[in-house]
Design a protein around this ligand. Structure first.
Ligand code: 6GP
Length: 825
């Protein structure tokens, strides 16, 4: 047996010959092809099937053990799970990567080609969705009873094409050729109700009984995706709901005059799980989105209750001991009134008992302070879709207002502020307030963000509920984000400090003592160079651009958003270009600025910034006066599998959001873990990264959150910078010409307008000079090869804190109060 497989006692007992036989068997018996005819896609499917055999065995054992032990479990409710590809990850986590690789080699197939066949499971937009994926990996690795609940979108995040510099969205059809990992469980189908009306009746002892007569009923069919923990002991489940029409037609509604609604909604049942909303950090306000949220919340709650009842019947007294639900942002917040409805209307608990259960079950994570991302739903819309829930929300609010009055007697302004209901021309339901009131714990995602949640977003709630608001700093799984994506560096680390680090990332500290060691520096930087060569090849294939692997690879990868300030980097690139044109001997180390970013389809300025980056790139890349030293590569369709290629090759990590705007960031952690040095503001988790690596190993620049607020309060005027800084003026004016868009002057003007006429809301101009100075320091540091190698090594060595295992440990100990459950092999 392979040495690695043998080291993990509970990993499946399968060797190369058996793996090979399994692959061949699936080629023959599942796919109806053979070794001579099979294309890469067939090899991929057969390899997945061989792997899935092992995975399902682990899943069966895990589920049985959890059932027999009647374990308390966490239920992670998230509208997004940005999983990426699973084959490489599952092989790694099972300790079967080498086995599979050698087995395939003997069959004449390269595993790397097979892995490339897998479509990304892109059921998320960005940080929030990828965090959920890292968390379920850590939960399984740490042997925690846990289940992820979400939506089985038919189309995940759109595929981005770049045509003449502009973003075009194409549908993502990740399941067109089937998904070998998922298992449909029709026996666990749930039904959910929508629309209709509420009838008030009087039951025994004059008890008021509310009966919801729904206008339509939709089926939720669960698809289970196994989640393999590292070393393959626990295999948990991600359960994703797909909507289907139930065939139910409500004659009550028909008779009450709702014929059209009843029919239409019935037809629309299947559209509920059709597509992921592509908006990152903006609430959509669309009816279908609210329905999606309710759909997966209700299906998941009913699934939890079904499982609970199997063990405990109608005895609700232990529900909160067995069940904890984490709300990933407010997207599943409708779960709170839904659980109240089930407990009060269906289980006939009295309100106080039901509320006591509810507020012991839910915990809520806030992921952003941006006002446009704080969800609010028109009360009218909720009333139409979920009439009973609106009543329940009002009742929750009514009782809560009494609590507020106790704390701040007669203070109506306070009531207005804390109310779940926002009064105005249109009554709105504030999902954030509902989440805080209905949860026993609320957390932000980095120290600084959590402090701002307490002091600026929810200060009164912090006073009312001392201790409820807390911090859990985000993390990333080192299995995917180092071990699997960067095999060169992983092997070097294994040799230097042993193989335990993927499960105990603090072990990386052991590398710090080699940071000044010349031999280790060379080895470390050799791996980096090899990774840069691979990325250079990718850039050549995808963009037909040649890049110098000795140049600094400066990487900015994240959703495109003004607050993330890709346009700050763009303006700096243009300034560099000018400097080089004015002074052909301008002294700088060659640099390649590499971008990856999707813009929300309706976010005009974000799309304009993508367009501008590509237009500036065209010009510079083809200008022989500068293109030996300066290149720009915007890689289209940024996604998890592309990140896995870009991150290992990065020298510099751009984390340049306006202070106070990026809740945490997780790309910053991934890049630093792979030896990239950060240039960044004191924002989100950058602050904690700086604490870990020390000031000498990071380039911090720009206004602090306090300074940003002071400038704003004092009346920030971007024109001051425009008129005082000749370089800023020249660059912004350049945007108005047709230099980058020949024959089309003004094609890039919206960026200038946003930075001047629209007040530069994210203080790009205020931070420009500091950013430029920091970049000059980066350049100087890079030229000192030993200094740079030392910095890169220290970055890798000091990332222990940012494993998602640590985040999960924080949640488990401080919020969820869970215990691990060992799975015997
Ligand atoms: C993101 C935050 O912007 C990012 O800073 C953080 O690292 C990530 O969540 C994980 O916590 N927020 C979102 O993606 C979002 O949609 C509503 O927030």
């Amino acid at each position: 047996m392979n040495a690695k497989a043998a080291k993990t006692p509970t990993s499946p007992k399968i060797d190369k010959a058996e793996f090979k036989a399994a692959v061949i068997n699936h080629l023959h018996c599942s796919l109806g092809t053979d070794e001579n005819k099979a294309n890469s896609h067939a090899w991929w499917k057969a390899t997945c099937a061989a792997m899935q055999q092992q995975v399902l065995e682990g899943l069966r054992k895990t589920q049985k053990t959890h059932y027999l032990n009647d374990t308390r479990a966490v239920h992670y409710f998230s509208a997004e799970f940005l999983m990426g590809r699973l084959l490489s990850n599952n092989l790694q986590n099972f300790g079967l990567f080498e086995v599979a690789s050698e087995a395939l080699k003997e069959l004449g197939v390269e595993i790397s080609d097979v892995l490339e066949e897998e479509p990304d499971m892109a059921l998320g937009n960005g940080g929030l969705g990828r965090l959920a994926a890292c968390f379920i990996d850590s939960l399984a690795t740490m042997e925690m009873p846990a289940i992820g609940y979400g939506i089985h979108y038919e189309h995940g995040l759109f595929r981005q094409e770049i045509k003449s510099g502009a973003q075009i969205e194409r549908p993502d059809s990740w399941r067109d050729y089937g998904n070998p990992w998922e298992i449909c469980r029709p026996e666990s189908t749930q039904e959910i109700s929508l629309y209709g009306y509420v009838e008030t009746k009087y039951g025994e002892n004059g008890r008021v009984v509310k009966e919801w007569h729904p206008g339509s009923i939709v089926k939720g069919v669960p698809w289970d995706i196994p989640v393999v923990g590292y070393e393959g002991k626990t295999v948990n489940v991600l359960r994703l709901w797909q909507s289907e029409a139930s065939g139910y037609f409500n004659w009550d509604v028909f008779n009450a005059g709702g014929y059209v609604d009843a029919q239409r909604e019935n037809v629309q049942a299947e559209t509920i799980s059709k597509v992921l909303y592509p908006n990152d950090e903006t609430e959509a306000g669309k009816e279908l989105r609210l329905i999606q949220q309710y759909f997966f919340s209700s299906c998941s709650l009913k699934d939890i209750i079904r499982r609970y009842k199997r063990a405990h019947g109608d005895d609700w007294s232990r529900f909160a001991d067995q069940v904890v639900i984490q709300l990933n942002d407010t997207h599943p917040a409708i779960s709170i009134p839904e659980l109240m409805r089930i407990l009060v209307d269906r289980a006939e608990l009295n309100w106080d008992d039901a509320w006591a259960i509810c507020t012991k079950v839910f915990a809520y994570t806030n992921h952003t302070l941006l006002p446009e991302a704080l969800e609010k739903w028109p009360a009218r819309m909720i009333e139409k879709i979920l009439p009973r829930h609106l009543e329940i929300i009002y009742e929750i609010n009514h009782r809560f207002m009494a609590e507020v009055d106790k704390q701040w007697p007669g203070d109506n302004a306070m009531k207005e502020k804390l109310s779940i209901i926002e009064e105005g021309s249109e009554k709105m339901v504030r999902m954030g307030n509902l989440s805080v009131i209905g949860s026993f714990a609320v957390n932000g995602v980095a120290e600084m963000h959590s402090r701002l949640v307490k002091t600026t977003l929810f200060p009164e709630f912090d006073e009312l509920y001392p201790g409820k608001l807390t911090n859990v700093t985000n993390g990333i799984t080192p299995r995917r984000w180092l071990k699997a994506c960067n095999p060169g560096l992983s092997k070097l680390i294994d040799k230097k400090i042993g193989e335990d680090w993927p499960k105990d990332l603090d072990k990386l500290q052991g590398l710090a003592k080699f940071a000044k060691n010349k031999t280790f520096q060379k080895q470390f930087m050799k791996v980096k160079l090899e990774n840069k060569e691979l990325l250079a090849e990718e850039i050549r294939k995808s963009l037909d651009i040649e890049v110098d692997v000795n140049a600094i690879f400066d990487v900015q990868i994240k959703r495109l958003h003004e607050y993330k300030r890709q346009h700050l980097a763009l303006i700096y690139i243009m300034a560099l270009y000018r400097r080089m044109l004015e002074n052909p001997d301008y002294d700088m180390h060659p640099r390649v600025f590499i971008f990856g970013a999707k813009a929300a389809p309706g976010y005009k300025l974000a799309k304009d910034i993508i367009f501008a980056i590509n237009k500036v790139a065209d010009k510079i890349n083809n200008d022989p006066r500068v293109n030996e030293k300066l290149k720009i590569a915007f890689l289209p369709n940024y996604r998890v599998s592309l990140a896995e290629k870009m991150i290992p090759a990065a020298d510099v990590s751009e984390q340049i959001s306006t202070a106070g705007k990026e809740a945490s960031g997780t790309g910053n952690m991934k890049l630093a873990l792979n030896g990239a040095v950060t240039i960044g503001t004191l924002d989100g988790a950058n602050v904690e990264i700086a604490e870990e690596v020390g000031d000498d190993n990071i380039f911090i620049f720009g206004l602090t959150v306090e300074e940003v607020n002071e400038r704003k309060a004092a009346g920030y005027n971007p024109y001051d910078y425009y008129y005082k800084d000749a370089e800023i003026k020249a660059v912004l004016d350049w945007l108005e010409t047709d230099y980058f868009t020949p024959g089309k002057p003004g094609a890039l003007v919206s960026i200038k307008q946003s930075l001047l006429d629209h007040g530069d809301p994210y203080m790009v101009l205020a931070d420009f000079r500091a950013y430029s100075d920091a970049q000059i320091k980066v350049d100087a540091a890079y030229r000192d090869k030993e200094r740079w190698a030392e910095m890169a090594i220290i970055n890798t060595a000091k990332m222990g804190k940012f494993t998602s295992d640590r985040s999960i440990k924080d949640y488990v100990e401080r919020v969820w109060k869970l215990s691990p459950c060992k799975i015997e092999s």
